[in-house]
Design a protein around this ligand. Structure first.
Ligand code: SAM
Ligand code: SF4
Length: 358
């Protein structure tokens, strides 16, 4: 471990692209998973950070080919929570003692910048909570306003850093249908937005969808190198899950083991980053999300989305499908974490990394 600006950093391991490809192909799983678990222990001392997530709108103006919330999907029952409903869900997160609230939605511009800013201020004035936003492709000035209002973190997954695969997977927005023909334009905008988020001083997260149709191990390896090069604070990678009401409905689901390898490799290259075990793991193989906590992940994000709309945040099949109450889900999760010999932690769990200034 080394010291920098008063913080302690765990030594990271560098891999070449071909070494990553070999690890992705299962060349040395025993070593990889054991090493990732060891580095996890060094960096987080067996703690697993719990973040309460409120999925407050499933309206989206975009048409990502993989996502069940895409604008063209007329079969989703759409909902929007009011500020009061969002604050009630946040109150439950605060009462449960968790240190972070994550606000997530489709790219829903009905929530104007000042509505979100007021929400952030209300949360920050009432509770000692870190606020993470995951609201998609919002304007640079909106991102600046929310940072000023007190938001701590922003999660914007590139899904892949491969320009062609990105263009093939995320066609233009509903409000800008012409973007479809401007191959790569959205790519540059999203990447610029990600860099802007870092410059604004957010703890910044990005990530990829593993086994996104068209992704090869070479692309994935390059993605992991780029994520590492960007010195991100949060690295969110989960497997592709095919949704019936999307153009990719016939593509196979992602491989859970491959996604675990990705988290483990990222852990070794980014020892101090926060790496969530995503719910898409469980959607493919129940229990795989927990297993991820023993293979490099250190964060889980239980949903506090109100029960009456919970199941409608159906990004992919199996997402928000549990019929248990929120309290029952939460206590089961905590028990499962402790059965793994880990500790469910309510700490804010801020990233320990040096901010990257591009
Ligand atoms: N609209 C915002 C955005 O796209 O950044 C945030 C909400 S979006 C539903 C959150 C994440 O869901 C995306 O970043 C994507 O990685 C993930 N996602 C969507 N569809 C998926 C699928 N079929 N399989 C796996 N992950 C998926
Ligand atoms: Fe919208 Fe996000 Fe789904 Fe794309 S991934 S359709 S931006 S909710």
């Amino acid at each position: 471990r080394t010291e920098s600006q008063g913080k302690t950093f765990t030594e990271s391991q560098a891999f070449s692209q071909s070494e990553i490809v070999r690890l992705l192909q299962g060349d040395d799983d025993d070593w990889l998973f054991a090493a990732a678990a060891r580095v996890n222990r060094q960096a987080f001392n067996r703690q697993v950070y719990l973040r309460g997530i409120v999925e407050f709108s499933n309206f989206c103006r975009n048409n990502c080919h993989y996502c069940g919330l895409r604008a063209a999907n007329r079969k989703v029952e759409r909902y929007r929570l009011t500020s009061e409903q969002i604050l009630s869900a946040v109150a439950l997160i605060a009462e449960s003692g968790m240190g972070t609230v994550v606000l997530q939605s489709g790219d829903d511009f009905t929530y104007k910048a000042d509505i979100i800013a007021r929400l952030i201020r209300q949360i920050k004035s009432r509770y000692q909570l870190a606020v993470t936003l995951s609201l998609g492709d919002r304007h640079h000035d909106e991102l600046a306003l929310w940072r000023e209002a007190g938001a701590d973190r922003y999660l914007l997954k590139m899904e892949t850093f491969d320009r062609e695969l990105f263009a093939a997977s995320r066609s233009g927005t509903a409000s800008r249908p012409d973007a479809n023909s401007r191959t790569g334009a959205d790519y540059d905008e999203r990447l610029a937005r990600l860099k802007r988020i870092q410059q604004l001083g957010y703890q910044t997260g990005s990530g990829v969808i593993t086994d996104l149709p068209g992704m090869t191990d070479e692309i994935l390896a390059r993605d992991l190198l780029t994520l590492t090069w960007m010195q991100l604070d949060m690295l969110a990678c989960g497997p592709f899950v095919a949704h019936q009401q999307t153009p990719l409905h016939q593509s196979p689901n992602g491989d859970v083991l491959k996604s675990h390898r990705v988290s483990a490799i990222l852990r070794l290259m980014n020892p101090d980053a926060n790496i969530p075990a995503t719910s898409s793991l469980d959607a493919i193989q129940p229990g795989a999300r927990l297993q991820g906590l023993t293979r490099g992940c250190n964060v889980v994000m239980p949903s506090f989305t109100p029960q009456q709309v919970y199941a409608s945040y159906n990004i992919y099949p199996g997402k928000n499908s549990a019929s248990d109450t929120l309290q029952a889900r939460l206590s089961a999760l905590k028990q499962q974490i402790s059965h793994l010999g880990l500790v469910a932690s309510n700490a804010r769990g801020d990233a320990l990394r040096n901010p990257y200034v591009p």
